[in-house]
Design a protein around this ligand. Structure first.
Ligand code: SF4
Length: 532
């Protein structure tokens, strides 16, 4: 059973989910069914494996609803010999699986291309063994994390000291796996019921070489890789366009493909006149007339760029190598290319941010509107949330971000600029899930279903702090209460702190991340000093 923690329409639009599904479905020795929150394939008589792909922290509690619906015990240690092995993967679990670790038997860390077949092959080899021995065999494979063989160790005051293997033969650390093939993924299911109906999605690049200091899409998936034009992209596009005329080019930074202009040139042929082409977020500095012209001719109405902030100082601090002129040029190219809208993404609550930086964002948007009459401007704004394996993993959520979202709305909405702010309250919960350890698991178990509301989280966390959740949610090992909410969500942490994910190795070492963190904060000081 392969589950997705949302509806069919959303799940089937996830390229990651599709790829896992097709990898399993094309194997002779696996019979796989799909499960979404609103529908599913008819279940097996007996299910050996239950998989879940997780790409958004806030979807975590839905796992428990799906397990309950399938009558699978929620906690890994409560599952018996004949119960399915519950495995998960995807960016959220690769970054920090610890809050959900007690619910999973296995977590696959990293790219699935090699890891998923390795996992299934090993399971087939050891299927006659007892459950614990099957899991033990899996735990010895690079990139396969079996949480039950690791235990957190705490100081008397509840400080995390280590997450360590509990028996000999289990590696001390698990390293994320990286696919290094010449082609990346593309759709295997094209359906009118997807969130983007009938779209054929092609992954153009994986990771991003820009290394914006907050960005998990870049840091967690390094190194930057691109699909070969001749052997990967063109065959993948041709295959999809034989059944649909809607094409989506995906990746953290699509226009940074080394042969992107050749790809555009190829898509500019007359035979593609009837296709609808869309690209996911492009790097602002790479927007040019050729790109906006072809997007407009191929049915796109708007272009999406991420600017993060209108403040030059903040952009330099987060390592966004983007100058004001490039933002204005992108807007002008969008308008002159015939696009009707420009969507910009920004953030509030970035480290060292001040009110003046928010004013700079508002001023930039107003100036863009003035210089580009007729171009519909939309600003999507999220609150900075620290993510594991990025240099800003030590930074907390700035409580002033909520006020700053309102400040932006006040400055922009009356001037006709559409503002789409993300909920500050849910960003806080995202940070809780992103930075916690296993002590959050009973809270997650309490808030699933109808309790999954902002107030429900705060109440459950308070109960966990007071030790009131242990009777209803049996952990395998009793753990101390979780740290104060303020400490997990809002405080900046010392670099020497043992992180819940210290035993899980991402692409860059702790020392490299510390160095990037220092560079960012020193950069900020340097720019401020230069302006005085
Ligand atoms: S350019 Fe975008 S995808 Fe690349 S590192 Fe920066 S935020 Fe991430």
């Amino acid at each position: 059973m392969l589950a997705f923690p949302s509806t069919y329409s959303v799940g089937i639009t996830s390229l990651g989910y599709q790829v896992v599904w097709s990898t399993l479905a094309t194997r002779q020795d696996v019979d796989v069914r799909r499960l979404f929150t609103d529908q599913g394939d008819p279940p097996h008589r007996k299910c050996d494996l239950f998989g879940l792909s997780l790409s958004w922290e806030l979807d975590g509690p839905v796992l428990l609803d799906l397990l309950e619906q399938q009558r699978i015990a929620l906690w890994s240690h409560q599952r018996g010999e004949d119960d399915p092995i519950v495995f998960g993967g995807g960016p959220v679990l690769t970054a920090n699986p610890e809050p959900l670790a007690p619910f999973f038997d296995v977590v696959l860390l990293g790219d699935g291309e090699d890891l998923l077949p390795t996992f299934i092959n090993k399971l087939q080899q050891v299927r006659q063994l007892a459950r614990v021995d099957r899991l033990r065999a899996l735990a010895k494979i690079p990139g396969i994390y079996v949480p039950r063989f690791f235990a957190p160790r705490y100081d008397k005051d509840g400080t995390l000291l280590a997450v360590e293997p509990i028996e000999a033969g289990i590696p001390n650390a698990v390293t994320k796996q990286t696919w290094r093939g010449t082609s990346l993924s593309h759709s295997t299911v094209i359906t009118p019921d997807a969130a983007w109906p009938d779209i054929h999605m092609v992954e153009v690049v994986r990771s991003c070489p820009e290394l914006c200091r907050f960005c998990m899409a870049s840091y967690l998936t390094l190194p930057f890789r691109s699909s070969s034009l001749e052997d990967g992209l063109i065959p993948a596009v041709e295959k999809g366009l034989s059944v649909t005329r809607r094409l989506g080019l995906l990746g953290a930074s699509v226009t940074q493909h080394p042969q992107f202009s050749e790809l555009l040139h190829w898509l500019n042929q007359d035979c593609f006149d009837d296709i609808r082409l869309s690209v996911s977020s492009v790097r602002t500095a790479t927007v040019n007339p050729e790109l906006t012209n072809i997007l407009s001719r191929r049915g796109s109405k708007s272009l999406t760029i991420a600017i993060e902030s209108g403040s030059e100082r903040l952009r330099a601090m987060v390592n966004k190598k983007l100058i004001q002129e490039e933002i204005f040029a992108a807007a002008r190219y969008a308008r002159e290319g015939g696009l009707s809208g420009l969507k910009l993404y920004g953030m509030v609550g970035l480290p060292t941010e001040e009110d003046i930086d928010i004013d700079a964002t508002a001023e930039l948007l107003l100036e863009l509107k003035k210089t580009n009459p007729g171009l519909r401007l939309t600003l999507g704004v999220s609150t900075f949330v620290p993510k594991a394996h990025t240099p800003f993993q030590w930074q907390g959520v700035n409580p002033k971000a909520e006020k700053r979202l309102k400040q932006l709305a006040k400055q922009l909405k009356p001037k006709g600029i559409e503002l789409r702010p993300e909920s500050f309250g849910w960003s806080v919960i995202q940070a809780l899930l992103s930075r916690s350890d296993r002590r959050l698991a009973p809270v997650i178990a309490s808030v699933r279903g109808s309790q999954n509301k902002l107030g429900g989280w705060k109440k459950a966390y308070r109960s966990a702090r007071e030790g009131d959740l242990s009777t209803t949610n049996e952990q395998a090992l009793p753990l101390p209460p979780p740290p104060a909410w303020q400490e997990v969500v809002h405080e900046s942490w010392q670099a020497s702190r043992v992180l819940p994910w210290t035993h899980l190795k991402g692409p860059l070492s702790q020392e490299q991340l510390i160095q990037h963190h220092h560079q960012a904060l020193n950069q900020s000081v340097g720019v401020a000093a230069a302006k005085r």
